[in-house]
Design a protein around this ligand. Structure first.
Ligand SMILES: [Zn+2]
Length: 244
């Protein structure tokens, strides 16, 4: 059995769960695994309709009972989670592949939540940081200090930049959530990867804000650009491609 088979098979289900997290975490609702009913009419879904992605194809995007169009959001997250897995499987196998998937899935949820709601929930960033610190237990043995120092420096850098920004501009530019995400990032890519992560994140953020301005948003400079998505992307790229 190839290493990628199980991760690929479970990722649409993980994506389905991530979709629930993205929808409900910011509004502090109860998080339950997956959907079991149509959100419009409440019709209980059948077995085939409970399978991520497949259900969307089977139902052709509409509820069988009320014909209401099923939100594209869920299949989009499910597809994105599958994309993360396929991307990782093209590079890695074994334990490393699972580590890739866990990192990629959590980063995906964080980026999505931050893009929509401008928050990075502790319930995702803190366990991600802990997982990074725990990496030397399963792989990368003997480098626990590198991972721990990465987490501490990641947090300190953002905390310092945030203070500086507030002192200069007189308002908050970077959130506590960003500091925790960079700490998690440092825990994964170690202190050695933090420089590349910040460089890529800053460049990506810059491109994003330029595009935003070109589209007519953010003209005042007071419009906040969420930093979570660029940071998540940068962490993912450095983890996958930089040999640290
Ligand atoms: Zn319905």
């Amino acid at each position: 059995m190839p290493d990628w088979l199980i991760p690929v098979l479970v990722s649409p289900f993980v994506g389905s769960f991530l979709g629930v997290l993205v929808q409900r975490l910011p509004v502090d609702d109860t998080v339950v695994f997956g959907r079991s009913r149509c959100e419009a009419c409440g019709k209980a879904l059948g077995p085939l309709e409970l399978i991520p992605l497949v259900s969307f194809l089977v139902l052709r995007g509409r509820c069988r009972q009320c014909q209401v169009r099923i939100a594209r959001f869920y299949p989009a997250v499910e597809l994105a989670a599958l994309g993360v897995t396929v991307w990782a499987a093209s590079l890695d196998d074994g334990l490393r592949l699972w580590a890739d998937c866990v990192l990629g899935w959590v980063l995906l949820a964080l980026a999505w939540i931050d893009a929509r709601h401008m928050i990075l929930p502790d319930i995702l960033t803190l366990p991600l940081a802990l997982a990074g610190l725990g990496l030397p237990l399963v792989m990368d043995a003997g480098r626990i200090v590198d991972h721990a120092v990465g987490a501490v420096i990641g947090w300190l850098v953002f905390w310092a930049v945030g203070r500086l920004y507030r002192a200069v501009r007189g308002r908050d530019g970077l959130g506590e959530g960003d500091a925790k995400l960079l700490a998690a990032s440092g825990a994964w890519v170690t202190w050695a990867g933090l420089g590349p992560v910040m460089l890529i994140a800053a460049l990506t953020g810059l491109v994003w804000s330029v595009i935003d301005r070109l589209r007519g948003y953010g003209l005042t400079g007071a419009t906040a650009i969420p930093f979570g998505p660029p940071l998540a992307l940068a962490t993912w790229l450095v983890w996958l491609y930089a040999a640290l």
